[in-house]
Write a protein that binds this ligand. Structure first.
Ligand SMILES: *Cc1c(COP(=O)(O)O)cnc(C)c1O
Length: 224
């Protein structure tokens, strides 16, 4: 094995150890946290050793990139679970529902409509997360906190979607904890159990605040 192939295995092992520590500190069961290994920009040669090391849940942020990379890997490795963590255009809802087992970026009525139609048509039910723009950043996707309760109700009542949980990406220049706590609070009052929060720099903090899915890329695969 080359060093380029070995590096992600080391990264995976150290992330796993850190998740175990964070769970112990938070008195949580390790099985309550799913590690989503974010493989965006990395090709099959980098991903295959991570699959071989036992990782099965992966995250991608672009539908087209995932369509190029994953069908072959999925065919070769049973049990792969693929999460879409990036923004989704309504005209890609069809492809996203066909390929992904979870979508973390539900944030617009038009997207709800497109997803509901495809879920029905394809009879495939990816787990859906509503993205909350906790920092109210204009350039960032997601529903602002003040609109979250209404939006979640509309997903359920108007479009018949089952929402599994919430996702957030805190502003890069702020402490993440208040953003994670706010996301957890919105989830709690809407009866949602899943929380997709925490990336390479802050997944331990996210676990302390209730994350059920941590999305970790560079700490496993290296810098992009
Ligand atoms: C890229 C990405 C990640 C992973 O980021 P790292 O800092 O590399 O761990 C997590 N979530 C989203 C939405 C991303 O786009």
């Amino acid at each position: 094995m080359t060093t380029a192939e070995a590096a992600p295995i080391k990264g995976l092992a150290s992330v796993e150890a850190a998740i175990v520590r964070a769970c112990r500190d938070a008195r949580r069961d390790r099985s309550s946290v799913t590690l989503v290994a974010v493989s965006k920009t990395f090709d099959a040669e980098a991903i295959t050793p991570v699959i071989a090391a036992g990782q099965r849940v992966f995250g991608e942020n672009r539908v087209q990139e995932a369509q190029r990379k994953w069908p072959e890997l999925i065919a070769a490795h049973p049990g792969i679970v693929l999460h879409l963590i990036g923004p989704l255009q309504s005209n890609k809802a069809k492809d996203a529902v066909a390929l992904f087992d979870a979508i973390h970026s539900v944030d617009r009525v038009s997207l709800c409509e497109a997803l509901a139609k495809e879920i029905d048509r394809q009879n495939r039910r990816p787990a859906l997360f509503v993205q909350i723009n906790t920092g109210e950043e204009p350039q960032k996707a997601g529903v602002v906190p003040a609109d979250a309760d209404d939006f979640i109700a509309r997903c359920r009542d108007t479009y018949g979607l089952t929402i599994s949980g919430l996702m957030c990406i805190p502003p890069v220049d702020e402490a993440p904890a208040p953003h994670f706590a706010l996301t957890a609070k919105i989830a709690r009052r809407n009866g949602l159990e899943q929380l997709s929060m925490g990336m390479s720099a802050d997944f331990a903090v996210a676990i302390a605040l209730g994350a059920t899915h941590v999305r970790v890329g560079s700490a496993i695969f290296g810098t992009r």
